[in-house]
Write a protein that binds this ligand. Structure first.
Ligand code: 13P
Ligand code: ZN
Length: 266
């Protein structure tokens, strides 16, 4: 007998796999680049046999805010282009233990070589922040959007204020849909709890966090909405570089035009 997932969980997994395909098509998911997690707690639980013995793995620190919660999380060292076709062969469902000190693999009956993304600490720090502030986001996406990363490689531009002015100035939708802007995280070794905490703090204030010379993290209520904010910001960065490739500096929207756009509500 296989683990039976509820229709709500199945629908979420389908949507994640659709987004994985977009990340690959966009060129933001070279090799195993990027990872995703979805909090499944508000969805009806999956059906496991009574005698099921989940497999336990400890976490690098205690995560009390997400204790007892279940997450769909992409597996480490797997390709987004494979995830889009086979979402459960390239991802896991985990349940954080009641003390927050570890997790059980609840998918695959625990019998799998798959392990969660190497960025699990950052995903859990972000889900912890969301839980603490009781907001409705449940999806976290990490990906490598080329033009957004390129902005952080230019020393004159690698500054949070400068990057937000560029991104909001290149396209009206950027301010409308990302009113709190992008938070810049100076380079920290990936996969660490230190970069996880810095990213969660930044995402408490911004819709998207940009890791210097690496990629972005974004949160949303569903996979499509989470993808959209990254897509809009990367479009702005692309317009910026396209303008500069002509040898001219783009004009950008004025501060008052950006402020006016910030008042639009969808
Ligand atoms: P994983 O394969 O461990 O998810 O790592 C991909 C990545 O983008 C690391 O930052
Ligand atoms: Zn990465």
């Amino acid at each position: 007998m296989a683990v039976q997932f509820s229709d709500a969980v199945k629908k979420t997994i389908e949507e994640v796999s659709e987004i994985a395909g977009y990340l690959w098509q966009k060129g933001w998911a070279e090799r195993n680049a990027g990872n995703m997690s979805v909090c499944l707690n508000d969805l009806p639980s999956s059906c496991l046999p009574d005698d099921y013995q989940p497999f336990f793995i400890s976490l690098p620190e205690i995560f009390p805010d997400v204790a007892g919660m279940c997450f769909y999380v992409t597996a480490t060292n797997k390709r987004m282009r494979d995830l889009t076709r086979q979402p459960m062969k390239n991802a896991l469902i985990i349940r954080i233990t009641d003390d927050g000190a570890g997790y059980n693999i609840v998918s695959h009956f625990g019998k799998t070589d798959l392990r969660p993304t190497s960025e699990l600490a950052t995903h859990l720090e972000i889900h912890s922040m969301i839980t603490r502030r009781r907001s409705s986001e449940r999806v976290v996406i990490h990906t490598h959007p080329t033009e957004l990363i390129a902005l952080t490689q230019l020393s004159g531009l690698c500054d949070e204020r400068v990057i937000n002015k560029i991104l909001w100035g290149m396209h009206p939708e950027a301010k409308v849909f990302i009113p709190a802007g992008i938070g810049l995280i100076p380079y920290i070794l990936p996969g660490t709890t230190m970069i996880g905490k810095a990213t969660a703090d930044s995402l408490a204030e911004h819709e998207v966090a940009l890791w210097e010379k690496h990629g972005v993290f974004a949160t949303g209520r569903n996979p499509n909405e989470t993808f959209d904010v990254i897509d809009i910001l990367n479009k702005s960065a692309s317009i910026y570089f396209l303008c500069r490739s002509t040898g001219q500096e783009p004009e950008g929207l004025t501060d008052s035009q950006i402020e006016e756009l910030g008042k639009i509500k969808f």
